[in-house]
Design a protein around this ligand. Sequence first.
Ligand code: NAP
Length: 342
Amino acid sequence: MASGGRCAVVTRFGGPDVFEIQEKPVPEPAPDEVRVKIGAAGVAYAEVKMRHGVYPGAPRLPFTPGFDFFGVIDAVGKDVKKFKAGDPCVGLSFVGAYAEYLTLKTDYVAKAPEGLDPVLGAGIPLNYLTAYQMLERMAKASKGDVILIHGGAGGVGTSLLDLVKDSGLKIYATASAGKHDLVRSYGAIPIDYRSGSFVDILQKQGGADVVFDHIGGKHLKASAKAAKRGGRVICYGFLAAVKDGPQVKRQTLWEMVKLRISSRVKPSFYGILVPLVSQKKYIARDLKMLAEKVASGNLKPNIGMTLPLEQVSHAHQTLESAGVTGKIVLVMNEDIQQTSKI
Ligand SMILES: NC(=O)c1ccc[n+]([C@@H]2O[C@H](COP(=O)([O-])OP(=O)(O)OC[C@H]3O[C@@H](n4cnc5c(N)ncnc54)[C@H](OP(=O)(O)O)[C@@H]3O)[C@@H](O)[C@H]2O)c1
């Protein structure tokens, strides 16, 4: 895997100003790789952690972040059969997508329909894949069930809400008060997590069948209380670590063990690329399906801000200060933008 053309490079760990825009040679794909001309790349919290040097398994300095992207296949290695030059695509790269060009293996790349807006396309892979895989293969919710989505106004939260909006589920979502209209626009009932008790509200409803929790740590215990007997508690993040430090991961694991032993609810963990729990074999298939639904207007990623690659520092600063609701997307290769229908 290699990034080329104009690239945003983290040369030292630190604040948003550590980025440098560097010009690198356009890389040649290996026999089992494609080269993607990137149209737009998502900006994710994982990349903020990488920039601070606190993301497990992150590459060594210097590196170009970029977890997910929309682009066009620009060249294919000699062993690649499922793509040809000119195919629009979406993909998960983990790193490297804050660049004009990226070479990578094709396991997590999917063809996208012609005419898919690049910015909406870049809003799909990380957030929608996470949301869809948890819903489809872990939540097992059916019509009439009650679900609780924490952080309903966030990236994965709005993707979950978008995916379940017409499903016949009764949906509750926690969010800060200023974002309740957004939550309501998906047909969900907002709960202000700063002033109200989601446990009380859900218990009055008889408990949730499924709870999605991205906070982790002790918060999981409250999520379990909000679930009914036999309900599922799906944890997929450790946001509590921002305030309470790295021990939150250990705490989360311990809470999950305790919940499993008590057997009142069924706890599980989702990690998009975490060995043992990821659904890697479905990634390309799920991405293709999600891209088709976005292109046809059935799903609409909530995009909060688009910025040119050169303003990557501003993008990170805005994300870190929670200065925008919705996904922040970096755009590059203007000729790809012009194919956009929106
Ligand atoms: N496991 C995986 O594969 C995977 C994949 C993607 C993301 N993640 C993780 O999932 C988490 C969320 O990602 P994201 O991109 O959706 O982040 P995001 O867009 O920044 O959204 C986070 C949301 O959390 C909400 N929040 C903060 N404290 C809360 C609390 N105490 N109770 C309820 N909600 C609270 C915020 O709500 P308000 O804005 O309303 O205050 C915000 O909307 C991150 O930790 C990320 O690393 C994991």
